[in-house]
Design a protein around this ligand. Sequence first.
Ligand code: APR
Ligand code: ZN
Length: 357
Amino acid sequence: MRALVARGAGEAPRVEEIELPAPRPDEVRVEIRAAGVCHSDLSMVDGTLAPPYPLVLGHEAAGVVVEVGAGVGRVAVGDHVVLNWAPPCRRCWHCTHDEPWLCADNGSPATARGRTADGGPLHVTLGLGALAEQVVVPQHAVVPVPAGLPFEVAALLGCAVLTGFGAVHRTAAVAPGDAVAVIGLGGVGLSAVAAARAAGADPVLAVDVSPAKADLALAAGATRFLPADGTVSRAVRALTDGRGVDHAVECVGRAATIQDAWRATRRGGQVTVVGMGARDELVSLSALDIFHSARTLRSSVYGSSDPDRDLPGLAHAVLDGSLDLTPLITDRVGLDEAPAAFERMARGEGARTVVRP
Ligand code: APR
Ligand code: ZN
């Protein structure tokens, strides 16, 4: 089958033939119908992360179960599913303390699975490798969804939307009337904007270096777009009686934007870091300011969400029309055009590209 494979840091990914084994007990084979290109995929190829190569990219996808291994009871052939890139073990300390998104089994960027066309070793991103015609994954890495849910929005539920909504509703617990700033308006940040608006936040200030994101942000529910030009905290304060926002949600993963989020937040407010930055990038905060500002700095892994519990609600909101995710999708392409989507993302263009392998 065909898959998008990264061969090394700094090398453009390319479509290759790969081989996947038949599902073993407790595993399923899923035919991928739609897969989003997420910044974490770009981080796997641009040197921000250091995963093992060759690596099948992709972790945000939906498809149809086409084969099940022995003992699979969770889904059957024909079921529509969304992939979960952090399936919890349900037994470790975090899982048994209501933090399944921090499951001790997860956190490694790649898993060995399948073979390259010449029989060499192969890895898959986050246990999935979803920018491919098919995946073979543990049954707990799929969440069944209603067959009426369009595959392309279902795919986004699996990463960007669950992450952005969870960060706002669960990690930050934004309340009606809260002033919120979202920094970085890709698929994740635009989902956070939509979630903040749905939570009744006002204002919802959307910040990005790319002015082309303004229309996307307003369509997602932002009350105002602010260009990130070095004056973010001043602009945010000017719109919040000089105080700063109750919640800043950082969706880039850079030291500069975490610092912007910190300075744009009021005393006693909360900064939620959603972006995944590089290991060697250090964030500089004043020790006095940490004390004096009384702010809380938190990170949000997978939106502090449990896909098994939280994804069906989002799927139903899409189906009943209360959640419109189509503005998040700005490009629809085949697998052969997926490398160009990585270049667009690196330039900060568009929102999500959905690949139909
Ligand atoms: N200030 C403001 N916005 C910035 C800055 C900056 N200094 N630098 C980049 N951006 C914007 C880009 O213009 C782009 O719109 O951040 C946005 C990032 O969007 P995407 O590349 O589409 O990333 P996305 O998939 O949304 O992921 C965002 O969340 O899960 C993590 O690993 C992921 O760190 C990544 C983040
Ligand atoms: Zn992702």
